[in-house]
Design a protein around this ligand. Structure first.
Ligand SMILES: Cc1cc2nc3c(=O)[nH]c(=O)nc-3n(C[C@H](O)[C@H](O)[C@H](O)COP(=O)(O)O)c2cc1C
Length: 147
């Protein structure tokens, strides 16, 4: 099992509905190809973890990299691991721009990364990388940071 994490910036003026559409299609593709993961969106920034068979994940990342709906893509982590962080989600989507849901989503994400997933049992850099970047992103704009 291979995992990849990147961050990127949404294209200027990208509407929320476009992100929802994108996620609906992405979930369908990912579910059909055994790809799981988590996409966090906050104030025009994406942080995306993809996990699955290495060739498929790399190919998908190649497509995502060319997508004009975002840019400034930075690869944060590549890892081979026995476990998935988000085994039950084809894409769990956290839109942290929705203020009323921010604390709830953040707690859910923290719980999933550190308590709710198989990867807790194994050492690995993806959970720490994912959490560190999500936390940093939220710290920039909110006072909700913890962990
Ligand atoms: C931030 C972001 C994340 C994306 N994540 C996925 C994904 O997880 N799975 C997926 O199939 N497409 C994802 N896409 C869409 C792909 O970039 C691409 O549009 C889609 O795979 C269709 O590819 P095609 O237009 O080359 O057929 C994402 C796009 C963006 C901007």
């Amino acid at each position: 099992m291979f995992s990849l994490i990147y961050r990127s910036k949404a294209a200027k003026g990208l509407p929320n509905e476009e992100i929802h559409d994108l996620m609906r299609n992405a979930s369908r593709f990912n579910a059909a190809h055994g790809i799981t993961g988590c996409l966090v969106y906050h104030r025009h920034n994406f942080i995306h973890l993809l996990e699955g068979e290495e060739t498929l994940v790399r190919k998908l990342f190649g497509r995502i990299s060319k997508d004009e709906r975002h840019g400034e893509i930075v690869l944060l982590n590549l890892e081979e691991n026995k476990f998935r962080l988000f085994s039950q989600f084809s894409t769990i989507y956290n839109n942290f721009d929705d203020v009323s849901d921010q604390i709830r989503h953040k707690k859910m994400l923290f719980h999933q990364i550190f308590h709710g997933s198989e990867i807790v049992k194994s050492p690995g850099s993806s959970k720490l990388t994912l959490w560190a970047h999500v936390n940093k992103l939220l710290k920039k704009d909110t006072k909700l940071s913890f962990g």
